[in-house]
Design a protein around this ligand. Structure first.
Ligand SMILES: C[S@@+](CC[C@H](N)C(=O)[O-])C[C@H]1O[C@@H](n2cnc3c(N)ncnc32)[C@H](O)[C@@H]1O
Length: 200
């Protein structure tokens, strides 16, 4: 990670702590845990929520089939600009992940095969957690894959406890990874599958 990116990320956290939700970008170790579980060979459309400076994006793009569509949703203008400078030619939608359904449709895509989320769920109110989870479930292809992470300390906060409960409400199939200690702060990954059978 370039120090300049980390400093700019920290600057955005200091301005909007609740919306950015972390003092530092995710480590390569966490990023790999987020994406290594995905069956990339079958992916035609991939979505990322809250890419920040692009820690997960780098690992997604390294695995994404050349023919696949990729859209990132970032609601922070400074981070969206920074991301676009790092990944010129890649598509970032400056706006909330809540709009995933309409943005996919606007691009002629009914569904996405995978959603990789960097959102700070534990600091969201329940209404926003529900709105984004409902939009995600509606946008995922049957059997599609959804990965998101939670910081260890956030697991015991009301927002983190509520998010875990909501995940079980929206997804039938959820796996929790081992702790990634080489991340600031340490985190776990939730790996969820959309309802229904994956397409043959
Ligand atoms: C914890 S940071 C993670 C950044 C990056 N994925 C990483 O792991 O280093 C959360 C990111 O989600 C973005 N974000 C927060 N709320 C959002 C929303 N409703 N829609 C899209 N992005 C959002 C923040 O601006 C920030 O970039």
């Amino acid at each position: 990670m370039r120090p300049n990116r980390s400093i700019r990320f920290l600057g955005q956290f200091l301005r909007r702590p609740g919306a950015v939700g972390a003092i530092a970008p995710s480590s390569r170790h966490l990023a790999r845990r987020m994406v290594d579980w995905v069956d990339w060979s079958r992916v035609e459309t991939a979505v990322e929520y809250g890419p920040g400076t692009g820690a997960f994006t780098q690992e997604i793009l390294a695995r994404l089939p050349a023919r696949a569509t990729f859209i990132a949703f970032e609601s922070n203008p400074a981070l969206a600009n920074l991301w676009q400078g790092r990944f010129p030619g890649r598509e970032i939608h400056f706006g909330s992940a809540t709009t995933v359904g309409s943005e996919l449709i606007r691009r002629g895509r009914g569904h996405t095969d995978v959603v990789i989320s960097g959102l700070p769920w534990a600091s969201f109110p329940e209404s926003l957690q529900r709105e984004i989870l409902a939009a995600t479930v509606a946008s995922l292809r049957p059997g599609g894959q959804f990965a998101t992470f939670a910081y260890l300390q956030g697991l015991f906060l009301p927002g983190g406890i509520r998010f875990r409960r909501l995940l079980r409400e929206y997804f039938a199939d959820i796996e929790t990874s081992a702790v990634t200690w080489l991340n600031l702060p340490p985190a776990i990954v939730y790996r969820c599958r959309g309802r229904g059978e994956p397409p043959e």
